[in-house]
Design a protein around this ligand. Structure first.
Ligand code: GDP
Length: 453
C-alpha cells in the first residue's frame, strides 16, 4: 500500500535527521523532494501544489516545539498536511432515521463495486445490521451471479431479477430494467425488515452519458442515504477525472478506495478526497471479503509515513479473537497442562482470521525498511505447518512422541510434505513447549490474547 511513496518520503526525512537546524535552502530542498515523490506517485498536480506550499510555509515559520528536532518537526507538518488531504476526520456511514438505509454503489466497471457490496454486507452484519443486497447491475452478463456469490459468502441475502430472484420471477422477468429492480429491492427490504439496502449498479469501461443517466435514475428511484463512489487505486491519473465525472453526473457522498493492496502508485486515489471534497469512508485491500477497512485519515497518513498503524492492527485482532477460546487456553496452561500441537493449530487459526500475516506486519511502525524481508515471507510455510498438524490424529497432536517412522510417513503423505519437514516442525515445537513450561513455572504465561480485557 503506497509502498513507493512511503519509501520516498521516509528517505527524505532520513536525510534531515543529521541536521541541527534547517536553513531555508534545506527546507526548499526537502519540499522539492516531497513534491517529486508525490508527483511520481500520481498525486494530482493541484493537490501537490497546495500540499507542498503549505508544508513549506509551515516549516519556514517553524512552529518551533522544544520537544522536536527539525527533522521531526518536518515529519509532523507533513503528517498533518497528509491527514488533511485524506479528509482529516474519520467519516462513518450515515444511517436513515426511519426505514431502511439505502447505500448506492457507483463507479466504473472493474472498480470493485460488486466485491465491495459483499465486504460492506459482511461489515454491516458484524455490526448487527441486517443488510439486503440488490443486483441492479444488469449490464454485465454474470454480474448478478457474482453478487449472489459474494452475498452467499457474506451470509447476506441478495435481491435479484430472474434467475435466482428468491421467488419474485413473476414480478421481475429476466431482462428487467435496473431502475425497476432497485425500486423493487427497496420494497422487499421494507417488507422483510432489512435495515440496510446496498444497491450494486452497472459500470462501463469509461465514463459515458448513458451510464451516468442510469445511475442517476436509480438514485432518483431509491433516494439513497449514501452514494459511495468506488475507485480503483491502480488507475493512476484518470482517477481524478473519473471522480469528477461521477461527482457531476451522479453526485456522491463518499469515496471507497479499492485495490489498495496493489503496489501501484496509488497517489491519484489520494487526491480524490481533496479534489471532490468528499470523504473516503472505506478501503478495499484484496479480493477476500475480509480485506476491508474503515478508512481513518490519520492512521493512513501514519502508515504512509511508516509510523505504523497499530490501532487498526489491534482492531483486527479483536475481531478475529475468540475470548472464550483464550480463556480456556489460559486456564489450561495455568493448571500446568502442556500446550499441545492441537492448541497450536487453534492459535494459528486465530492469527489467520486476522488476515494475511504479511499485511499484519506491514502495519507495524518502521516496517518500510524491512519491506524486502517481508516480501520474501512465504505464507505457504504457514500453510505447510497447518497441513502437517491437520494430518495428525488427536493422539499424535496431544503426544507427538508416539510419532514413529510409519506414522511420520502417513502424515507426510497426508499433508503433501516430507518426513524431514515433519521432524523439523516437531523439533521446533518441542523447543517451544519446553520454553512455555519454564514460563508457566515462572508464574503465568503471556496470554496470547488478553487484549483489552
Ligand atoms: P465491479 O465491476 O465494479 O463490480 O468490480 P468487481 O467487484 O467485479 O471487481 C473487479 C475485479 O477486481 C475482480 O476480479 C475483483 O476480485 C477484483 N477486486 C475487487 N476489489 C479488490 C481489491 O481490493 N483488491 C484486489 N487485489 N482486487 C480486487
Amino acid at each position: 500500500m503506497f509502498a513507493t511513496l512511503s519509501d520516498r518520503l521516509t528517505s527524505t526525512f532520513r536525510n534531515l535527521r543529521s541536521k541541527g537546524r534547517l536553513s531555508e535552502a534545506d527546507i526548499d530542498a526537502t519540499v522539492r523532494e516531497i513534491r517529486r515523490a508525490l508527483l511520481d506517485a500520481d498525486v494530482a498536480v493541484p493537490v501537490v501544489r497546495a500540499f507542498t506550499g503549505a508544508v513549506r510555509e509551515r516549516a519556514l515559520s517553524a512552529e518551533v516545539s522544544g520537544a522536536l528536532n527539525p527533522a521531526q518537526q518536518v515529519v509532523k507538518i507533513v503528517n498533518d498536511e497528509l491527514v488533511g488531504v485524506l479528509g482529516r476526520e474519520t467519516r462513518t456511514l450515515r444511517f436513515a432515521k426511519t426505514g431502511p438505509t439505502v447505500i448506492l454503489l457507483a463507479g466504473l466497471q472493474g472498480a470493485g463495486k460488486t466485491t465491495l457490496a459483499g465486504k460492506l454486507a459482511l461489515h454491516l452484519k458484524g455490526q448487527g445490521h441486517t443488510p439486503l443486497l440488490v443486483a441492479a447491475d444488469l449490464q454485465r452478463p454474470n454480474a448478478v451471479t457474482q453478487l449472489q456469490v459474494v452475498g452467499e459468502r457474506a451470509g447476506v441475502p441478495v435481491f435479484a431479477p430472474h434467475p435466482g430472484n428468491q421467488g419474485l420471477d413473476d414480478v421481475l422477468p429476466a431482462g428487467a430494467d435496473p431502475v425497476a429492480v432497485a425500486r423493487a429491492g427497496l420494497e422487499a427490504a421494507r417488507q422483510r425488515h432489512h435495515d440496510v439496502l446496498v444497491v450494486d449498479t452497472a459500470g462501463r469501461l469509461g465514463v459515458d452519458g448513458g451510464l451516468m443517466q442510469q445511475a442517476a435514475d436509480i438514485r432518483d428511484a431509491v433516494d439513497p442515504d449514501e452514494i459511495l463512489f468506488v475507485i480503483d487505486a491502480m488507475i493512476g491519473q484518470d482517477a481524478v477525472t473519473t471522480a469528477q465525472a461521477f461527482a457531476d453526473g451522479v453526485g456522491f457522498t463518499g469515496v471507497v478506495l479499492s485495490k489498495l493492496d496493489g503496489d501501484a502508485r496509488g497517489g491519484a486515489a489520494l487526491s480524490v478526497a481533496s479534489v471532490t471534497g468528499r470523504p473516503i469512508l472505506f478501503a478495499s485491500t484484496g479480493e477476500k471479503l475480509t480485506d476491508f477497512e474503515v478508512f481513518h485519515p490519520d492512521r493512513m497518513a501514519s502508515r504512509i509515513l511508516d509510523m505504523g498503524d497499530v490501532l487498526t492492527l489491534i482492531e483486527q485482532a479483536e475481531k478475529a479473537f475468540d475470548a472464550e477460546q483464550a480463556e480456556r487456553m489460559a486456564g489450561k496452561l495455568a493448571s500446568g497442562q502442556d500446550f499441545t500441537l492441537g492448541d497450536f493449530l487453534v492459535q494459528m487459526q486465530q492469527l489467520r482470521n486476522m488476515g494475511s500475516i504479511k499485511k499484519m506486519f506491514g502495519m507495524l511502525p518502521g516496517m518500510g525498511q524491512m519491506r524486502e524481508a517481508l516480501d520474501n515471507f512465504d505464507e505457504r510455510e504457514v500453510d505447510r505447518i497447518e497441513a502437517i498438524i491437520r494430518s495428525m490424529t488427536p493422539a499424535e497432536r496431544e503426544t507427538p512422541k508416539i510419532i514413529n517412522g510409519s506414522r511420520r510417513a502417513r502424515i507426510a503423505k497426508g499433508s503433501g510434505t516430507t518426513p524431514a519437514e515433519i521432524n523439523q516442525l516437531l523439533e521446533r515445537f518441542d523447543a517451544a513447549q519446553k520454553m512455555m513450561r519454564t514460563m508457566a513455572r515462572g508464574g503465568g504465561m503471556p496470554a496470547m490474547g488478553g487484549m483489552g480485557s
